[in-house]
Design a binder for this molecule. Structure first.
Ligand SMILES: [Zn+2]
Length: 484
């Protein structure tokens, strides 16, 4: 490759997130996050690793290889020997595709529910996060690290400490959220490095603060301390970035490790939905964010994956992967390349026409959505995460996606298309519908221009399914307004 390394993101990390989030066949009746590994999981994993290699990603970061909520008291009993073999096989597949495999590790949380329930010695004020001031908690954390490190050939860890809250007992509550979470991450990172010095370490700050808030520059020093013992810090930006953009350049200059985000905007893959139920290509939006991040000195990104069977997802991931290898590229030229490769147009005119269509489909959503959450939505039409936005009630414009949930995250059946309500007004929805109707016509006019007809047809199916959902929202909303 002749790309000057100074023009590329150094850490081009693909984020699973969970082992089944990018599978091509939905788990319609399994609550999220399902960590079962079946034949479909393995096949889609294999397909995704090949895709990531071809599109220049350097690492894949995945949660759920071994556990979701529950490490047992004896952590080595977490999985069967057969599961261990399967996980080793998956790691090998990723390595064969030149990808580092980063193990998604809950730090003091995400995995300790049973241990906390059964063991008062680690319990503070939270049922999901161990007390951060007790030596017993630190020992459990080390037991998990030892088990993962001694049994598997992972290349690194993603440390996730904050997104299930924290302990606020008398011993812990003296520390601010930022310094508390940084301390637990630092202690865990130092322990990992003491055992495996070459391990790649990434900290994701999701949950460090309520969404919409930013880290006070007076607390940057504690982030810099953490930065000395890790490789990358990801300020995901799920609903706003924690490092204020106006301070970012200065922050990055002083940070001992690399800094990155999750690309500004992404669709959280809906685990229980049909893979052709949405159409949200978002490469232009993401490219704009990534370019600014790069200019400010950001050299890492952690890009959320999703099922490649969804054409908007496949195109967006293809384009992002290629763009972050050389950010001097013109995003439209990248999109043209993606179309040539994925849709095999019969001539260049069709490349331009489909690219224009994809741009229009992206604008159809972004011109009509409401980044701010719509207030007063009845529970049954919402995404179930309203409680996370308490801080932003006074500044709702600061807690915006980031991460777009299409259906409620939790549940045991395909959920209501809440994104069309939480992030759209009735007027926006009506405009979105009108534009989508014209896009159906547009895709029909060019469908014959591609060798990959089936793929073009999939785009059409997706748009039709969004139109069905818009109609479903209209019916439900009018019936819920009629309720006394
Ligand atoms: Zn505590």
């Amino acid at each position: 490759m002749d790309v000057n390394q100074s023009q590329q993101f150094k850490h081009r990390i693909a984020f699973g997130v969970w082992i089944n989030d990018f599978r091509n066949d939905p788990l319609k009746h399994e609550d999220w996050p399902c960590v079962e590994i079946d034949t479909q999981t393995q096949n889609d994993f294999k397909g995704m690793m090949k895709f990531l290699k071809e599109n220049g990603f350097t690492a894949v970061d995945i949660f759920g290889f071994l556990a979701n909520h529950d490490w047992p008291e004896n952590v080595h009993e977490v999985v069967t020997d057969e599961r261990k073999k399967t996980v080793r096989k998956l790691i090998k597949i990723a390595h064969e595709n030149n990808l580092k495999v980063i193990y998604g590790l809950g730090v003091y949380s995400w995995g300790f529910d049973s241990i906390i329930k059964n063991n008062p010695a680690v319990r503070g004020t939270s049922l999901q996060a161990m007390c951060g001031s007790k030596k017993e908690s630190r020992q459990y954390m080390r037991n998990v690290v030892d088990f993962v490190g001694e049994n598997f050939d992972f290349d690194g860890f993603h440390l996730e400490v904050a997104d299930q809250g924290r302990c606020r007992c008398n011993l812990c509550s003296g520390e601010t959220d930022v310094s508390y979470f940084n301390r637990l991450n630092r202690e865990t990172a130092e322990y990992i490095r003491s055992r495996w010095p070459a391990t790649f370490l990434l900290v994701n700050t999701s949950g460090y603060l309520p969404w919409g808030d930013t880290i006070n520059p007076e607390e940057y020093a504690s982030v810099y301390e953490l930065g000395k013992c890790i490789d990358v810090i990801i300020d995901g930006g799920n609903h706003g970035l924690f490092i204020a953009e106006e301070d970012r350049k200065m922050f990055i200059e002083n940070l001992p490790c690399d800094y990155g985000t999750s690309g500004g905007f992404w669709v959280y893959p809906p685990q229980r939905w049909d893979r052709q139920r949405w159409f949200l290509p978002n490469f232009y939006h993401t490219a704009g964010h990534l370019e600014k991040l790069f200019m400010d000195g950001g050299r890492a990104c952690e890009i959320y994956l999703g099922p490649l069977l969804n054409p908007g997802m496949e195109l967006t991931l293809w384009c992002i992967g290629n763009y972050i290898q050389d950010i001097r590229k013109n995003p439209t030229a990248v999109l043209h390349n993606a179309i040539e490769k994925l849709y095999r147009p019969k001539n260049h005119t069709y490349t331009f026409k489909l690219a224009e269509f994809i741009g229009q489909a992206e604008s159809a959503f972004f011109n009509n959505w409401s980044p701010m959450r719509q207030p007063g939505i009845p529970e049954e039409l919402s995404d179930g995460i309203q409680s996370l936005f308490a801080w932003s009630e006074t500044k709702p414009e600061r807690a915006t996606p980031g991460e777009l949930f299409l259906e409620p995250l939790f549940g045991t059946h395909p959920g209501f298309p809440s994104y069309l309500v939480v992030h759209m007004t009735p007027g926006g929805r009506e405009n979105y519908k009108k534009t989508l109707l014209s896009l159906v016509k547009g895709i029909d006019e060019i469908a014959n221009g591609f060798h990959e007809r089936e793929k073009v047809h999939r785009i059409r199916t997706c748009i039709e399914n969004v139109l069905h959902d818009i109609e479903a929202v209209r019916i439900l909303q009018s019936s819920s307004q009629k309720k006394p």
